[in-house]
Write a protein that binds this ligand. Structure first.
Ligand code: NAP
Ligand code: MG
Length: 503
């Protein structure tokens, strides 16, 4: 579809098409505006590799404007003195707006990212709304403490000491393309609940749902400048945001490589940094596991969202007694997955997000073949048009192969047998990452012992990829800094102030 033209797509809802055709500017200080340098870039539908919209290309000058708007909003009593109750109600209404526009947001997500619209509606949209509602509750839980003190240097003195939790200030948030709407919700909901103001930079590949969300939030009368959206490229807009001297905190989700650049950029004013980075998560099947659950669980652990999950269970460790059965079960599941465009109701797996991502994943598949791994199912690109890859399960791998050591971020799992359960933690922990892990067993002792020994921010037992706004989430090692979700998330957006009174 020509974004500025008149091509009609019978598969796309008319109102969504009309919205796509509009010029998409930056959202600063409560209004849509043109980027200072006037640039724009095309956003494509990865199922056909053709453009669907044009979006403003924000640069450092626009980031400056957005940060200034966020600073003004942060200091404006309309936001800074809003009661917890009113802030809570605003967040709740954002959740409602997401639900009300759920079909439209799911359609945008399917077109922009490639994922199935049905999945986007059931998972991405539903969870995004939930995230705002959960954080709506936390907006009235910014509690401090009263602290008994001794002060032995002043015998007989009396003190009243308490802490306040205050919003950090202006927050820059930089998000990836794998769950465009949900990543925006994960970031925005706790920041707003804490009373921060935000400049959000969506991924260049998938800016559409964040722009639509920004419009919906604007309609429910969040004070202007509390949320600003600057679309653009990481190297320019993202880097300017991370380095900005008037940004108090940067929250980043993306690759470990870029996470390290964020840390460097943040040094200038020592802004606070939280990072949700990559993973190479182990999923471990013990011989006593219920294979009727474990096999589909392992398949879903890697193939959900086309493997484009930071938590993807991409290293599958299986006890040798059940190895063949598990490999053949996961391979069958892989072969049965129906690939197609996200808007097709029959589609179970869409394309990868971009040509670049396709090239990257196919590169890993050829390196696996070159290094001697065997693809039991999949192993190649699917079709000629769009960025589809076959769901793939590899065997005959060794720990030093790139496909075992590096994050692929595609539907590719390496299955490896083990003999002694005591070998598992060392093998599973042999990675620079530590985001998540899965354990499949009926034995309570095995489950709890392994949960303790695996170095990962989340350990799922007899499930995988289950996600809830109440569960703290984040990485050990090079998978990140800090935790999102739950009350932990709120703490990452607040400073603790100690007030010490001699009475
Ligand atoms: P990426 O290349 O690191 O990009 C993430 C975001 O950072 C994008 O908005 C990107 O902008 C921006 N960016 C790029 N270079 C930058 C720079 N120098 N300064 C500031 N910002 C910059 O990651 P991706 O390939 O889009 O996403 C996949 C990665 O995200 C995987 O490693 C995955 O594991 C990770 N991830 C982690 C989590 C988690 O919660 N731990 C969740 C989802 C994904 P542009 O793309 O617009 O240029
Ligand atoms: Mg990128």
């Amino acid at each position: 579809m020509n974004p500025a033209g008149t091509d009609r797509r019978p598969d796309v809802d008319e109102s969504v098409q009309a919205w796509l055709r509009r010029p998409h500017g930056l959202q600063i200080a409560g209004g849509r505006c043109e980027p200072a340098k006037g640039g724009a870039f095309e956003v494509e539908d990865p199922s056909i590799g053709e453009p669907i919209a044009r979006v403003a290309e924000g640069t450092a000058v626009d980031v400056d404007r957005a940060v200034a708007a966020a600073r003004r909003a942060f200091e404006d009593p309309a936001w800074s003195e809003m009661t917890p109750r009113d802030r809570s109600m605003l967040l709740w209404r954002i959740g409602d707006a997401i639900d009300e526009h759920g079909d439209e947001l799911a359609e945008l997500e399917a077109l922009d990212n490639g994922k199935s619209k049905a999945v986007a509606r059931a998972v991405d949209v539903t969870l995004s709304a939930d995230w705002f509602r959960y954080m709506a509750g936390l907006a009235s839980r910014l509690e401090g403490a009263t602290i008994p003190v001794s002060m032995p240097f002043a015998p007989g003195s009396k003190w009243h000491v308490y802490t306040r939790r205050e919003p950090i200030g202006v927050v820059g948030q930089i998000i990836p393309w794998n769950f465009p709407l949900l990543m925006a919700a994960w970031k925005l909901a706790p920041a707003l609940a804490a009373g921060c103001t935000v400049v959000l930079k969506p991924a260049e590949q998938t800016p559409l749902s964040a722009l639509r969300l920004g419009e919906l939030i604007g309609e429910i009368e969040l004070p202007p400048g509390v949320l600003n959206v600057v679309t653009g490229f990481g190297e320019t807009a993202g880097a300017a945001l991370a380095a900005h001297p008037d940004v108090d905190k940067v929250a980043f989700t993306g690759s470990t490589e870029v996470g390290k650049l964020i840390v460097d950029a943040a040094k200038g004013n020592l802004k606070k940094v939280t990072l949700e980075l990559g993973g190479k998560s182990p999923n471990v099947i013990f011989p006593d596991a219920d294979l009727d659950l474990a096999i589909p669980g392992a398949a879903n652990g890697i193939f959900f969202n086309h493997g484009q999950c930071c938590t993807a269970g991409s290293r599958l460790y299986v006890h040798e007694d059940v190895f063949d059965e598990v490999v053949s079960g996961v391979a069958d599941a892989a072969r049965q997955i129906k690939l197609g465009p996200g808007l097709d109701d029959a589609t179970e797996m869409g394309p990868l997000v971009s040509g670049e991502q396709l090239e990257r994943v196919v590169g890993y598949l050829s390196s696996a073949a070159d290094e001697g791994a065997t693809a039991v199912a999949g192993g190649s690109r699917h079709g000629e048009r769009g960025y589809f890859v076959e769901p793939t399960i590899l065997v005959d791998t060794t720990p030093d192969m790139k496909v075992v050591a590096e994050e692929i971020f595609g539907p590719v799992v390496a299955a490896m047998p083990f003999a002694d359960p005591d070998e598992v933690p060392a093998a599973a922990n042999q990675t620079i990452y530590g985001l998540a892990a899965g354990i499949w067993t009926r034995d309570l002792s095995t489950a709890h012992r392994m949960a303790e020994r695996l170095k990962a921010g989340t350990v799922w037992i007899n499930s995988y990829n289950a996600s809830d706004p109440a569960m703290p989430f984040g990485g050990y090692k090079q998978s990140g800094w800090g935790r999102e979700h739950g009350s932990d998330a709120l703490h990452e957006y607040t400073e603790t102030k100690t007030v010490c009174i001699s009475i």
